[in-house]
Design a protein around this ligand. Structure first.
Ligand SMILES: Cc1cc2nc3c(=O)[nH]c(=O)nc-3n(C[C@H](O)[C@H](O)[C@H](O)COP(=O)(O)OP(=O)(O)OC[C@H]3O[C@@H](n4cnc5c(N)ncnc54)[C@H](O)[C@@H]3O)c2cc1C
Ligand SMILES: NC(=O)c1ccc[n+]([C@@H]2O[C@H](COP(=O)([O-])OP(=O)(O)OC[C@H]3O[C@@H](n4cnc5c(N)ncnc54)[C@H](OP(=O)(O)O)[C@@H]3O)[C@@H](O)[C@H]2O)c1
Length: 280
């Protein structure tokens, strides 16, 4: 603190320094009135596996950290960390978090965990990412990790939202990946066939429609993408959505003979909740 610094500015500087596990916001993008993404500096000590989540937040009105689980949406090689967030009206954290700006600080506890990691699955040919809403966040990380394509011949990203504008974060990310220099160098023209994208809506007309559960169990997605039937030998899956979604997709996958695995016991699919609770 310098002597000629105004009192309020000096107080803010002191407050910033006292924020525990602080990271600085480097970019914010609002996708619509319900969704935004942002990037923050990465703690030098933070190592994580693509697909894991951390606790992030702000100081609450009581001066204590107000933290929530967030999937890291950036891949593990990235210098910064990206997050993709809902804006819950009156949500304790997101009603405040949605107003962050470049240069602000957030709290980030550098202890990554989670089940949506490549190590939790047995080797296979095809890897399905099945997500609704912000549940695409861990797959935004895994889709950008070259190791995903080293382990699997094909990755199929199924993302379903109520309306078309809720798909835009994922759509832009996949479009950018199609021009990614590293993946382009590794796979060339073939990359379009390595990452298949199947975005659908359920409450607004769009080119592809319907719930993931219906499109999988009817075989529509297989017909549309020209894929063979789902089998426990070839197919692996990761699920991330609401509790009801997770339960229903799990049943569909079990119907194909796939079994749920975990970090400690890799099998054919793994599941993680995109949020806790019944609804906004
Ligand atoms: C493992 C895990 C990973 C998560 N990763 C993310 C993430 O990457 N991005 C993200 O936005 N949220 C994520 N969440 C949810 C997040 O932890 C918070 O719930 C969310 O930020 C809202 O916080 P809040 O305090 O404003 O409201 P809360 O009190 O936490 O939630 C209020 C209600 O809003 C609804 N809700 C909360 N989050 C969502 C959501 N993401 N989509 C739809 N409805 C929701 C639920 O019905 C919940 O009961 C994750 C949750 C878990 C358990
Ligand atoms: N206030 C608002 O304007 C507003 C807008 C959207 C959502 N919400 C609320 O926010 C909460 C979260 O919304 P969200 O859109 O992220 O999640 P959501 O309501 O769970 O829906 C996301 C997508 O998942 C589908 N889905 C839901 N349950 C499923 C299941 N059991 N099996 C297969 N597919 C399923 C939905 O299809 P269907 O459309 O067929 O259900 C929708 O396309 C919800 O509880 C909702 O009530 C509020």
């Amino acid at each position: 603190m310098t002597l000629d610094m105004p009192v309020t500015e000096a107080a803010q500087t002191t407050a910033k320094k006292t924020l525990p596990d602080a990271q600085t916001v480097t970019a914010v993008k609002h996708w619509n009135d319900r969704l935004f993404s942002f990037r923050v500096t990465r703690p030098a000590s933070l190592r994580f596996r693509s697909g894991e989540f951390v606790m992030i937040g702000l100081l609450g009105d009581n001066g204590k950290p107000l933290l929530r689980a967030y999937s890291i949406a950036s891949p593990n090689w990235d210098d910064e960390l990206e997050f993709y967030s809902i804006k819950v009206p009156d949500g304790p954290l997101t009603s405040k978090l949605q107003h962050i700006k470049e240069g602000d600080e957030i709290i980030l506890r550098p202890k990554p965990v989670g089940t949506l990691v490549l190590d939790a699955l047995l080797p296979g040919k095809r890897l399905w990412f099945l997500a609704t809403g912000t549940g695409i966040a861990p797959f935004a990380s895994l889709m950008r990790d070259p190791e995903t394509y080293e382990r699997y011949e094909q990755v199929i990203m199924m993302h379903t939202c109520r309306t078309a504008d809720e798909l835009n974060y994922g759509r832009e990310l996949v479009e950018n990946l199609r021009h990614d220099p590293l993946l382009g160098e590794l796979y060339g023209e073939d990359f379009a066939n390595r990452l298949l994208y199947y975005p659908t809506t359920t409450r607004e007309d769009s080119p592809l429609m319907g719930r993931i559960t219906d499109n999988l169990s009817s075989g529509k997605v297989l017909d549309d993408l020209g894929l063979p039937p789902v089998t426990p030998e070839a197919d692996r899956a990761m699920i991330c959505g609401s509790l009801a979604f997770n339960v229903d997709v799990k049943a569909v996958l079990e119907g194909f003979g796939l079994r749920e695995g975990a970090n400690s016991e890799p099998k054919e699919f793994v599941v993680e909740k995109a949020f806790v609770g019944d609804g906004i």
